[in-house]
Design a protein around this ligand. Sequence first.
Ligand code: MG
Length: 186
Amino acid sequence: MKTIMVDMDDVIVCGLFQKLIEDYLGYSISLNDNVSFYLQDLLREKKEDFLYKLKNINIYDNANLVENAYDVLKRINEKYKVYIVTDYIWREIPDYAGINLKNKFDFLYRELDFLTPDRFVFSADKSIINCDIKIDDKLSNLIGASTKLLFTAYHNKSIPKEELINNNVIRVNNWKDIEKVLLEDE
Ligand SMILES: [Mg+2]
């Protein structure tokens, strides 16, 4: 059975950081290609205060899986061996990693009841993960897979089609696209 690595943030749960930052700032932000992968960089001099406050909340508490993620992933798991692989270390606050890991674990355990906890992998370095298929919103995280699916996000929209083709990467915009590639086309 083929193995598949599925990213968590901005793939099965989306928009959490944007909402968090907007709640903190008190206004909405527009995301374009100029925005860093790390949204907290938008906060500049307020970043430290924001990160301090972040330590006291569970951002996954009221989070939901994105549309169709549950159903498609559940069916994918019947055909492939699914691993959710997620980074849990915030660069600026490494001491928050343990709390973040627990919050992430609790969310996955609660929301993905068809997966046993041994399918949850917490790693900042996804290049060590040896899976046949990888789904991630960060291009560099797809390295090593024979089938690479890039999940569309604000920070990867401008990557040219040719670059994706040259790197053997398929762009997917939602879970219906993933269903097509992994359950219908094969
Ligand atoms: Mg991600």
